[in-house]
Design a protein. Structure first.
Length: 325
């Protein structure tokens, strides 16, 4: 076939397709409907037989046309944004339980991979999350508010159960958090306390006068609390510090089994307040800024504490004490 004949045939074919366009569309549509299952089976078989070949080709194509695919996908999303969002929302609602189960299963099976990915892309993920939160702030606030309102009773039951099951863990966490906050904001807290005390001085005096009996009873029932306050005040006046906790001191007292480690007598037979705290060195001779650790304080009876007087610790005989921390 010559070039002229090929050109003539191309013109004729084009004209024929234009004149019989609707007829050809109807025929193709009818054929596809009649052979739907046959074609689906054929395609499924072909895809199964050429799976590796297809994956290799698709991977190479995506790498070679990455920008083109991204631009096309972006354009399609912009042109069909509302439709896509509506379909996505509908699908998520209809398959909520199924998707939750699949997601949970996938996370369990790929736990290490997910952790490794998050560690590798930590900064990128944090930046994306921050950007998303800023862009959808009002939407997220409204959504969270709605969810909290709808699950109010459920949340109350869950919180109560969780607190009961993790009581010690929560208490330890709160104590650690409060301690860190106090250390980080010590001056600010002390200033607030000072200002509050000055502004409410008359109220505090009136409260103490109106509750004398309750206060006296509390001090009688909790002598250790009063001594602890007195101890802190003495250290503060002399610009001294201490690094041990009340728990460490209680453990050290319990280790004596109620026997003074210096005179080997029961606390109850010597002193009405049982045990007292002896510093090494004494508070009166310790240098400014000195910090007492748990190894610098000892539980002794009031009689021994008085007889020890001022000392640097080297002449204090506590050979019988074997409960130090």
């Amino acid at each position: 076939m010559s070039k002229k004949q090929r050109e003539k045939k191309a013109v004729y074919d084009k004209k024929y397709r234009q004149e019989h366009k609707q007829e050809r569309i109807s025929y193709n549509k009818k054929y596809l409907q009649e052979h739907k299952q046959e074609r689906a089976a054929y395609h499924k078989k072909w895809h199964h037989e050429h799976i590796e070949e297809r994956e290799t080709y698709e991977k190479k194509y995506r790498q070679d046309h990455r920008e083109k695919i991204a631009a096309r996908g972006k354009k399609y999303y912009q042109d069909h944004k509302e439709e896509i969002l509506t379909q996505s929302k509908k699908y998520q609602q209809e398959h909520k339980e199924e998707r939750t189960a699949q997601s949970k299963k996938y996370r369990q099976e790929h736990k290490e991979e997910i952790a490794a990915y998050h560690q590798e892309h930590k900064e990128e993920i944090a930046a994306q999350s921050k950007k998303y939160r800023q862009e959808h702030k009002e939407e997220r606030t409204a959504k969270n508010k709605k969810w909290l309102h709808e699950h109010k009773e459920e949340r109350v039951v869950y919180k109560k159960k969780y607190r009961q099951e993790h009581k010690e863990e929560i208490a330890a966490y709160d104590k650690k958090r409060d301690k860190k906050y106090y250390q980080d904001h010590k001056e600010e807290i002390l200033n607030k306390v000072k200002i509050y005390s000055q502004e409410h001085k008359e109220e505090r005096v009136a409260y103490r006068q109106g509750h004398k009996e309750e206060i006296a009873k509390y001090r009688h029932d909790h002598p250790e609390a009063g001594r602890r306050i007195h101890h802190k005040r003495r250290l503060k006046e002399r610009q001294l510090l201490h690094s041990y906790t009340p728990k460490e001191w209680e453990d050290k007292v319990k280790a004596t089994n109620g026997i003074c480690p210096q005179c080997n007598r029961s606390y109850e037979n010597i002193h009405p307040f049982c045990v007292t705290l002896d510093h090494t060195p004494s508070v009166s001779v310790a240098p400014s800024g000195f910090c007492y650790t748990i190894n610098d304080v000892f539980p002794v009876c009031g009689s021994c504490n008085s007889s020890n007087g001022v000392h640097g610790g080297s002449d204090l005989c506590l050979d019988n004490f074997n409960g130090g921390v």
